[in-house]
Write a protein that binds this ligand. Structure first.
Ligand SMILES: Cc1cc2nc3c(=O)[nH]c(=O)nc-3n(C[C@H](O)[C@H](O)[C@H](O)COP(=O)(O)OP(=O)(O)OC[C@H]3O[C@@H](n4cnc5c(N)ncnc54)[C@H](O)[C@@H]3O)c2cc1C
Length: 518
């Protein structure tokens, strides 16, 4: 029996897409290369008895529609922590704690408090314009299609509705960088350092880079509070898989797709590593666009201009991931125990963050990196043996294409990062039972993401909406009949959102209905 639809990749977007398509009555088979589902939203063992969210470690952008329509909470998703605070660590132990629109500690002034509220007001307002696009199939620009025209008109209207002053400000800041905006608004170094992290995490940008306002707004546009799923980020993928299976989807793991098969101009199915061929009337790929088009379909099946565009997508990851199995809880200087379970940042000021980025330009990793640290086992005893703990940290910057390669430099970089942690949490080195560092090269290998890039391609104005991943493939379609995209490389990008999977399902249902009618 021919499958209606094959989905390549059982990351959270592939699974969300499968759940929606199966719910709509399609016969769906998901083929995941790894032994375990989840892609970069996975919980796995990294030392005997210690589990960690090996890619994404905080959930803050999960699409409200996906959560509700697929009833994820009724299908296993629960939280060990919700609405986490952000702690900006100071080396002297006088830390700044940011919660919602206010900050406490480290001698924060009233002027900075007021500025923070105003910053959150205008940034949230601007971000909502981007947020309203998340659930829409990106419009084509040169179009007469009424729904595309309506989306374009609605976006223009959203900007106009900001009112004269905010509209001017929106247009002004869209083209500058987050460094300038934070310098204009704040004095406190820890506050500026912490806020700049929202624009640079997962990107190949420093605070002074173009697009860092856009990336800050993108993160804010989907923000649902900072949360920690019980059982790690893999719990999101597991809940999505449960829903997909309930609606009849077949999910296979250890199923490596090596080729997307074609007959004439149309996709007919896929071939697996062991030679098995599976036919389908449509193939949907949640693998990144370079893997999908260059690796699985092949340049010979595509026009030269499109091949050039795909090859030009900027997708060099700079985020590394450190996992530590600890003998006990680390003691951060001056940090009260109640704050240990929050989101902890090492980004003591914005100049430090920019300096950490500087080395990337020359193919080097940061000498003094920035870090986003969590201790997920503090509120979730499923992750570590009794009395032991797990530390999970995103470390930047660790460029994918490090000069002289990672093989000879990973061990020294790991030591450097542990030295950095030791400065803030003296004694932590002695508590380490096991350590694992994933560089972007490891991330590429483990999650099959080209360049090890968090978003399957840099998030930037020229790689967003109708330009993501490239023209002629931006509506979850592709230049080849029967081939669709549903991963983070498509609109609205990466982060554990599920929006790309959801939007893709609706684009595919529309397209397949049209095919069936003709
Ligand atoms: C280090 C790191 C930290 C991050 N931290 C956060 C965070 O804290 N919060 C957050 O929201 N986001 C975070 N992200 C981003 C987020 O994890 C990703 O954007 C998101 O998980 C992408 O989901 P996806 O389903 O689109 O793709 P993926 O998760 O990449 O899934 C694609 C799947 O396709 C499979 N695949 C690829 N090729 C084949 C093939 N040939 N055959 C079969 N299967 C194949 C892969 O194995 C993979 O399972 C982080 C990312 C990284 C790398």
């Amino acid at each position: 029996m021919t499958n209606d639809i094959i989905i390549i990749g059982g990351g959270h977007n592939g699974l969300a897409c499968a759940a929606y398509l199966a719910k709509a009555g399609k016969r769906v088979t998901v083929l995941e290369a790894a032994e375990q589902l989840g892609g970069a939203a996975i919980t796995r063992e990294f030392a005997p008895g210690y589990q960690v969210s090996a890619g994404a470690h905080l959930l803050y952008m999960l699409d409200k529609n996906v959560r509700k329509e697929l009833a994820l909470e009724s299908n296993g998703l629960a939280f060990s922590q919700s609405n986490m605070k952000t702690v900006a660590l100071a080396e002297d132990g006088d830390h700044l704690v940011i919660a919602n629109n206010s900050a406490q500690g480290a001698g924060i002034t009233d002027a900075d408090q007021v500025a923070l509220q105003e910053y959150q007001r205008f940034m949230t307002r601007f971000a909502s314009i981007i947020g309203r696009l998340h659930n829409r199939i990106p419009p084509r620009i040169a179009t007469k299609n009424s729904s595309d025209l309506l989306t374009l008109a609605k976006t223009a209207l959203d900007i106009r509705m900001l009112g004269r002053d905010d509209m001017r400000e929106f247009l002004r800041i869209a083209g500058i960088n987050i460094y300038d905006i934070l310098q204009e608004n704040f004095d406190h170094p820890l506050l500026k350092g912490a806020l700049s992290m929202d624009g640079i995490l997962g990107t190949n940008l420093g605070p002074r880079s173009n697009n860092s306002v856009f990336t800050t707004l993108h993160r804010l546009s989907g923000l649902q509070g900072i949360n920690m799923p019980r059982g790690g980020l893999g719990a999101v993928s597991e809940a999505l898989a449960t829903v997909a299976r309930k609606h009849g989807a077949t999910i296979r793991t250890s199923a490596v797709v090596t080729r997307i098969c074609m007959q004439g101009d149309r996709v007919t199915g896929v071939e697996l590593q062991d030679g098995e061929e599976i036919s389908a009337s449509a193939v949907v790929s949640s693998a990144d666009p370079r893997t999908t088009f260059m690796g699985l379909l092949g340049a010979r099946n595509l026009e030269a201009g499109f091949v050039r565009r795909i090859n030009n997508i900027r997708m060099r990851g700079t985020a590394a991931k450190l996992h530590l199995a600890l003998d006990g809880l680390p003691a951060f200087k001056g940090l009260e125990a109640g704050l240990l379970g929050e989101r902890i940042l090492i980004a003591p000021d914005i100049e430090y963050v920019e300096r950490a980025f500087n080395q990337v330009k020359y193919g080097q990793h940061s000498v003094h990196p920035v870090a986003e640290i969590t201790l997920p086992s503090l509120h979730d005893d499923s992750l570590a043996p009794n009395g032991k703990h797990v530390l999970s940290a995103i470390i930047q910057y660790a460029p994918y294409d490090l000069k002289n390669g990672w093989a000879s430099q990973k061990a020294a970089f790991t030591e450097q990062v542990i030295d950095l942690l030791e400065q803030y949490a003296p004694g932590i080195r002695q508590q380490i039972i096991h350590q694992e560092m994933l560089t972007p090269v490891d991330i590429e290998r483990e999650f099959r993401i080209s360049g090890g890039h968090w978003h399957h391609g840099e998030l930037a104005i020229d790689q967003f909406l109708m330009l993501r991943p490239a023209p002629h493939s931006a509506q979850y379609l592709s230049p080849v009949d029967g081939l669709y995209l549903c991963g983070a490389g498509s609109h609205p990008g990466g982060g554990v959102m599920g929006s790309a999977g959801r939007n893709a399902a609706s684009a595919i249902l529309k397209a397949t209905q049209k095919d069936e009618r003709s």
